[in-house]
Design a protein around this ligand. Structure first.
Ligand code: NPW
Ligand code: ADP
Ligand code: K
Length: 454
C-alpha cells in the first residue's frame, strides 16, 4: 500500500524547514532519480530529448540533461525560456558543461516531458497544445517528469517526485500517466511523507480466503443469498463467482423458477442460514418495493449493486451496519441524488470522484462504498483506497456482476465490509491481469474461471 497526497508542496517545505535540505538538493535527487532510470533502461549514447518549461519542472529537466550529457546523445528543447530561480541556475550549469540545445523535435530513443509539473494550473496556449500533440506523435519512449504536463502528455512512464499525487489516479488521467514510479528526494520516502487517509492498493495487499481450518464443512464458509431478478444472467454470474471465491453455499432467490447451473441452489425465500445477501444485479422491474423490503428484514451484511441505486429501497439499505455499495459513475449520480447529496452529471462525478466519495462517506460513515471505474475507489468513514490495477479488458457487461459475487462471497465468510470490498476488488483486477487471451476477449466466464488460479 502506498500513501497518496493532494499536494506535495507542504512536504517539500518540511524538507527545507525541518530537515535543512535545500531546493537544490531536492532537485538534484529528482534529476538523479530520472537519470538512473534512463541509465538502467537505455543503452549508452541513446538519443534523449528533454523538453523543458520555464519553472521548476523545467529545471528538473535541465538538471537531468546535464547529468546525462556525455554518456548519452542529449539535447534540450525549450518550450519556454527558463524563468524560475532554479531554472535559470540549472540552465547556466547545463550550458557551461556544453549540453546542446535543439530547435526541433524529432523521433528519438527517449523523450522527456518537463514542461510543467505540480505548480501548473490553467490552460495551455495553442502553441503549447500543438507542441504537446507533436510530442505525443513522435516515436520515442516517453517519460513524464513528476506529472505529465497538464495531463495532456501521454507518457509510458511517469517518474514522480517524493510521493504519489492523488490527481494521478483520476480515471481520465489513467490515459496519460502510464506506469508510475516514485523517486526519493534525498531522504527516505517514509520520512518525506506525512500521514494520509488516502492510499493506493498494491496487488500484494490481496488476502485470499484460503482454507486453514481442517475440521470444517460447507456451513463453515457461509451462505450467500443472491436476489435473482429480471436479467437472471447477472445473478447467476454473481452466484458462480461467489462459489468460486469460497462461499460454502450459494442460493439464488427469486419468484420464477429459472434454469440454473447445477452447482447453485434456487429458492423462493431467503435461506434461514444465509450469512450474507447480494441484491441489485440484473434486478430490473421484477420485484415491487414491498417485495424487495421482505428480503431486507434481517441484519445480514449486504452487497448492493446496479438497479438498486435507482430505487428508494437503497435508503433502507444505507441504514444497515454492514453494507457494501458498488455503483459505477452513473449509478453513483443516482445515489447522490436519492440521498440529497448532489444533483450532478456523470462528467461532474468523474472530474471530482475523490470529493464526492469523501462527501458520501461523511454522510454515511457506516457504509463501505466502492466506486467503479478505470481506477476503483474503495472507502469507509475516513479511510480511502484506490485500486488502479484494473484494465480496459474489464470493460464488458457482467464484469461488475462478478465483482459483486466476489464481495458477497467474502461477506458470507465473515469478512468486514471494507476488507471484503478491498480484497474482492484486488482479486477481480488481478484475475483480469492474469488472463492470457487478447484484451478484448475477456468474458465474465473467463474471470470466474480465473479466480481458481489466484
Ligand atoms: N519544490 C521543490 O523543491 C521541488 C520541485 N520539483 C519540481 O518542481 C515542479 C514544480 O515547479 P513550479 O512550482 O515551478 O511549477 P511548474 O510545475 O514548473 O509550473 C509552473 C510554471 O508553469 C508556467 N506556466 C503557468 N501557466 C502556464 C501556461 N498556461 N502555459 C505554460 N506554462 C505555464 C509558469 O511559467 P511563467 O508563468 O512563470 O512563465 C511556471 O514557470 C514539480 O512538479 C517538480 O517537477 C522537484 O525538483 C522536487 C523539488
Ligand atoms: N477501462 C477500465 N479499466 C479498469 N477497470 C474497468 C474498466 N472498465 C470497467 N472496469 C471495471 O469493470 C467492472 C464493470 O462493472 P459494471 O459497469 O457494473 O458492469 P456490469 O454491470 O455490466 O457487470 C467494474 O469493476 C469496473 O471498475
Ligand atoms: K511534466
Amino acid at each position: 500500500m502506498q500513501k497518496l497526497f493532494d499536494e506535495v508542496a507542504s512536504l517539500d517545505r518540511r524538507c527545507y524547514e525541518e530537515f535543512f535540505l535545500s531546493e537544490d538538493i531536492l532537485m538534484e535527487h529528482a534529476a538523479s532519480g530520472m537519470a538512473e532510470y534512463i541509465r538502467n533502461n537505455f543503452a549508452k549514447n541513446s538519443k534523449i530529448i528533454v523538453v523543458c518549461g520555464s519553472g521548476n519542472n523545467g529545471a528538473d529537466g535541465i538538471a537531468l540533461a546535464r547529468l546525462l550529457h556525455g554518456d548519452f546523445d542529449t539535447s534540450l528543447f525549450y518550450a519556454k525560456e527558463p524563468s524560475s530561480k532554479m531554472a535559470l541556475l540549472q540552465a547556466k550549469r547545463a550550458q557551461s558543461v556544453g549540453v546542446k540545445e535543439s530547435k526541433e523535435l524529432k523521433d528519438c530513443d527517449v523523450l522527456v516531458d518537463a514542461i510543467v509539473g505540480t505548480g501548473f494550473s490553467g490552460e495551455f496556449s495553442e502553441e503549447l497544445k500543438n507542441l504537446i500533440n507533436k510530442m505525443n506523435s513522435l516515436v520515442a519512449f516517453k517519460i513524464a517528469c513528476d506529472v505529465p504536463s497538464g495531463y495532456k502528455f501521454i507518457a509510458d512512464v511517469t517518474l514522480t517526485m517524493g510521493a504519489l499525487k492523488k490527481r494521478m489516479f483520476l480515471d481520465e488521467v489513467k490515459e496519460s500517466v502510464g506506469e508510475i514510479k516514485v523517486l526519493d528526494l534525498g531522504i527516505s520516502r517514509d520520512i518525506y511523507e506525512k500521514e494520509s487517509n488516502w492510499s493506493v492498493l498494491d496487488l500484494d495487499d490481496l488476502k485470499l480466503p484460503n482454507r486453514v481450518k481442517k475440521d470444517s464443512h460447507k456451513g463453515s464458509y457461509g451462505h450467500l443469498a443472491v436476489v435473482s431478478g429480471e436479467m437472471c444472467g447477472a445473478g447467476i454470474m454473481s452466484a458462480l463467482s461467489a462459489l468460486r471465491f469460497g462461499s460454502g453455499l450459494v442460493t439464488l432467490v427469486g419468484f420464477e423458477k429459472i434454469e440454473i447451473p447445477h452447482c447453485l441452489m434456487y429458492s423462493h425465500k431467503l435461506p434461514k442460514n444465509a450469512t450474507a445477501l447480494a441484491i441489485g444485479m440484473g434486478l430490473g422491474a421484477e420485484f415491487s418495493t414491498l417485495e424487495l423490503e421482505k428480503f431486507l428484514h434481517n441484519t445480514l451484511p449486504v452487497i448492493a449493486d446496479a438497479d438498486i441505486f435507482y430505487m428508494q429501497t437503497i435508503l433502507e439499505i444505507l441504514k444497515r451496519e454492514r453494507v457494501v455499495l458498488t455503483p459505477h459513475a452513473k449509478e453513483f449520480v443516482s445515489l447522490l441524488k436519492i440521498t440529497n447529496l448532489a444533483d450532478i452529471t456523470i462528467q461532474e462525478v468523474q472530474k471530482n470522484r475523490f470529493k464526492y466519495v469523501e462527501e458520501f462517506c461523511k454522510m454515511f460513515p457506516n457504509v463501505t462504498l466502492l466506486l467503479k471505474g478505470a481506477n476503483v475507489i474503495i472507502a469507509k468513514g475516513s479511510e480511502f483506497y484506490i485500486n488502479p490495477h484494473g484494465t480496459s479488458a474489464l470493460a464488458k457487461g457482467g464484469s461488475g456482476d462478478v465483482l459483486s459475487g466476489l464481495i458477497g462471497a467474502l461477506l458470507a465468510q465473515g469478512y468486514q465490509p471494507l476488507d471484503a470490498a478491498i480484497n474482492a476488488s484486488l482479486a477481480h483486477t488481478k484475475t483480469a491481469l492474469n488472463y492470457r487471451g487478447a484484451d478484448f476477449s475477456l468474458t465474465p466466464d473467463d474471470l470466474i474461471d480465473g479466480i481458481c488460479r489466484l
